[in-house]
Design a protein around this ligand. Structure first.
Ligand SMILES: Cc1cc2nc3c(=O)[nH]c(=O)nc-3n(C[C@H](O)[C@H](O)[C@H](O)COP(=O)(O)OP(=O)(O)OC[C@H]3O[C@@H](n4cnc5c(N)ncnc54)[C@H](O)[C@@H]3O)c2cc1C
Length: 360
């Protein structure tokens, strides 16, 4: 690995007895954020588009470096999250030292103000938020955000700050906002706005309930971007319900014109179809539930699983819907077809009867 052109660097000691045991999982996770990895002796390095990370298994130290603050914050967040997730049994305590170690403002957080609300369809509401310094939401390949909402119990939440471990530090429960995951449907960094499409669904909720009464001047927090970049391929099979439609629309608007494939979209009824400026040769097919409850119609998963993958060229499977449909598609791709993570992503966007899935 060549010497990085980095100006900012910091490191954290890892008092973990079994670090080597966790390293395969940590490395897998970091590589899924499009990092190139190398190993020289006991040093495992990761090069991301925005900075470098490394683990020294002899010295039990992890190191982050980048050319700018955003990049350094992102590398620290990815390394610290991977350690927290895979070394959980040893309750790792991470304290970064070095450049920006005393920083308390959270690079991935912005307070946003509603500037426009309008309905795209009877059940899909587009809300435009304005905010400052939104450049990072166009970086790092992730197209999703955690939206932090005020609620009836916490009408005036306190926003998270940066902890010494490089991860968000949250206020006590009585001031803590409630998070839900959404997709940045559109973003204009220069003008300082982003659009988020909220599905308005019945029942007790936080995000949907907030969107139903949203009006100009209201504020939320956002954190991000979150999510991995979608792998470039020549051919795609895609499927989603309304919650995945903002992400699918962005993909169809931005993939190269030569990209082939098929995309199935499940919506409640014909009135929920939306115009998508599909820039690709991917064929779009709508499926309407026509009275079936959301998350109960098997046809979306069946349609996606019935597609024959072409033998030539690179292919990718992308699916985003209710958890049970995603499980069926994931099992089909991974177990029946034997495809790997590098060729498929079947994500749980919500789960019937469960509040706040994936928002933690
Ligand atoms: C990466 C990612 C991106 C996402 N992007 C978007 C997006 O751009 N727009 C969007 O609208 N959603 C999106 N979602 C889905 C959204 O996060 C969930 O639907 C979330 O549960 C909504 O929160 P809530 O507060 O409205 O409902 P919750 O409080 O989480 O749930 C309350 C009840 O409503 C049910 N419920 C949740 N979602 C639905 C639904 N779709 N239909 C019917 N019942 C439901 C739950 O099962 C629960 O019983 C995304 C999810 C992920 C993981």
């Amino acid at each position: 690995m060549n010497a990085p052109a980095s100006e900012l660097a910091c490191e954290a000691r890892l008092n973990l007895r079994h670090l080597p045991r966790y390293m395969d999982n940590i490395a897998d996770r970091l590589r899924s954020f499009e990092a190139d990895s190398t190993q020289e002796g006991q040093r495992i390095g990761f090069r991301f588009a925005f900075g470098d990370g490394s683990f020294d298994l002899d010295r039990l130290v992890m190191r982050a470096s980048a050319a700018d603050r955003d990049g350094l914050a992102r590398v620290k967040d990815l390394l610290a999250t991977a350690v927290q997730v895979y070394a959980k049994e040893e309750s790792p305590e991470i304290v970064w030292t070095g450049d920006l170690a005393s920083e308390t403002s959270l690079a991935q957080f912005r307070q946003m103000t509603v500037v426009d609300v309008h309905d795209l369809t009877p059940r899909m509401r587009r809300i435009r938020f304005s905010g400052e310094d939104l450049g990072r939401f166009a970086k790092f390949g992730g197209m999703h955000i955690r939206v932090l909402f005020p609620t009836r119990d916490v009408p005036d939440p306190q926003w998270p700050v940066l902890g010494a471990n490089g991860l968000p530090s949250w206020p006590e429960d009585d001031r803590r906002p409630v998070a839900r995951v959404y997709t940045i449907r559109a973003l204009d960094v220069t003008a300082g706005w982003m659009d988020v499409d909220f599905l308005v669904h019945p029942g007790e909720s936080v995000g949907s309930a907030w969107a139903m009464q949203a009006r100009a001047g209201m504020t939320v927090g956002i954190m991000g971007p979150v999510g991995r970049p979608v792998r470039q391929a020549q051919w795609y099979v895609m499927g989603c319900d309304e919650t995945g439609l903002p992400a699918l629309s962005r993909l169809l608007e931005s993939l190269p014109a030569t990209t082939r494939g098929i995309a199935f979209v499940e919506v409640a009824d014909i009135g929920e179809r939306q115009y998508i400026a599909n820039a690709t040769a991917i064929e779009l097919r709508w499926l309407e539930r026509n009275g079936a409850a959301p998350g109960t119609d098997p046809r979306l998963a069946e349609a996606v699983c019935s597609v024959t993958w072409p033998q030539d060229g690179t292919g990718f499977g992308w699916f985003a819907a209710e958890a049970e449909a995603s499980r069926i598609v994931r099992d089909h791709w991974r177990v029946t077809l034997g495809l790997g993570r590098d060729a498929t992503l079947a994500a749980n966007y919500w789960r019937r009867g469960t509040a706040g899935l994936m928002a933690g």
